[in-house]
Design a protein around this ligand. Structure first.
Ligand code: KG4
Ligand code: ZN
Length: 342
């Protein structure tokens, strides 16, 4: 089965062609990062309008890159949520219309399910059951994954998402938007031990996260201290280590609680090299297998949507002719997928 995947939930227009037999055939992406940089964050209306501009050319380009024609597409998978409603509507209405025009089924895909299954695009695919740490700009979740669609939320953030904490801290330090990658780059040159940072909520039982106190602590350090480049790098390094340590402690707790052997890390912050190294090291230490998507599939992309949609389509699921778009959509409301046809 050949599935065209469309992702437009935020500021990336992502398109991919996934083949259930041959794997990923092609993927294309346009990132709007530079368009939103002047505003210090994503402007929803500008995001929607740019998706309108880029989506169809990217779809044509991607089908070409896959060496296929439109008539080879067996189904269309589009991100239906959660995300920016206007941006979602562009991908959903385009995807649904293409499916109608080609007379093939469409499937509405949950963006976070896409992230969660992205490591399965790699040659060393994780096996079920596993614990997934989903760390993106909008979400921080620990999820027990028994099979596709069978998700139990173990913990989530009570305030800022991990990516949001990176972005806000980077903004405070004057690093521009998007902040996560810039802060990570600066942290390489810093001394993470110079300032003490809290590890929020690690002394309380449970698997929830909170990053707002860490953000305030960082703001106070920066406002009341020197503003030289050494201090900036040291604060970036200390902040990053505090986030990484906190995530690692909660992952260990989740692995113990579920007795899982496999940890999957996904979402934009999963591209953070310090986090990847820390969790790989924890895996070696505690005997878990740790899987990540390749770096470009940690952040938003069409490949993960084509893949997730394909799994549901293979199991016989489709979405009707209505155009589905939800700003909010709890992950644990998804139906489980059984009997995947090969
Ligand atoms: O998954 P994603 O592309 O979009 C959402 O669904 O939110 O994640 C974007 C988030 C942003 O907050 C960005 O700053 C963060 O992921 N991010 C990083 C890194 N790369 C992206 N955070 C820390 N270190 C990175 N290397
Ligand atoms: Zn995302």
């Amino acid at each position: 089965m050949i599935v065209l995947g469309i992702e437009t939930s935020c500021d990336e227009t992502g398109v991919a062609v996934y083949d259930s037999e041959a794997g990923l055939r092609a993927h294309t992406l346009f990132s709007q990062v530079e368009i939103h940089a002047d505003y210090g964050g994503v402007v929803p209306e500008i995001a929607s309008r740019d998706h309108v501009r880029k989506l169809l050319p990217l779809i044509n380009q991607c089908i070409d890159m896959a060496g296929l024609g439109r008539s080879d597409i067996d189904a269309v998978a589009y991100t239906a949520g959660p995300g920016l409603i206007g941006a979602l509507l562009v991908g959903a209405s385009t995807g649904r219309s293409i499916a109608l025009g080609l007379d093939v089924p469409a499937i509405a895909v949950h963006h976070m399910e896409g992230h969660l299954l992205a490591p399965m695009l790699e040659a060393t695919s994780p096996s079920f059951p596993f614990v997934a740490l989903l760390v993106s700009g909008g979400h921080t979740l620990l999820v027990e994954v028994r099979s596709i669609g069978d998700y139990r939320i173990l913990g989530e953030t009570l305030d800022d998402a991990a990516g949001e904490a990176f972005d806000k801290t980077a903004k405070l330090l004057g690093l521009g938007y998007p902040g996560g990658p810039a802060l990570a780059k600066l942290a390489v040159h810093g001394d993470a031990q110079r300032f003490a940072f809290p590890r929020p909520m690690v002394n309380r039982p449970g698997l929830d996260f909170s990053f707002s106190g860490l953000k305030t602590h960082t703001r106070n350090l920066w406002i009341n201290g020197d503003h030289d480049s050494g201090t900036r790098a040291d604060i970036a390094a200390g902040f990053q280590l505090a986030v990484v340590d906190t995530l690692k402690i909660k992952c260990r707790r989740a692995m113990q609680q579920t007795r899982a052997q496999q940890l999957v890390v996904a979402g934009g912050v999963g591209a953070n090299l310090a986090l990847r190294q820390a969790l790989l090291h924890a895996g070696e230490q505690y005997g878990w297998n740790v899987s990540y998507p390749r770096l470009e599939f940690c952040t938003d992309n069409g490949a993960m949507i084509a893949f997730a949609g394909c799994q549901r389509l293979l199991a016989g699921q489709t979405t009707g002719t209505e155009i589905k778009a939800f700003a909010r959509w709890p992950l644990d409301q998804l139906s489980a997928v059984e009997n995947i046809a090969q």
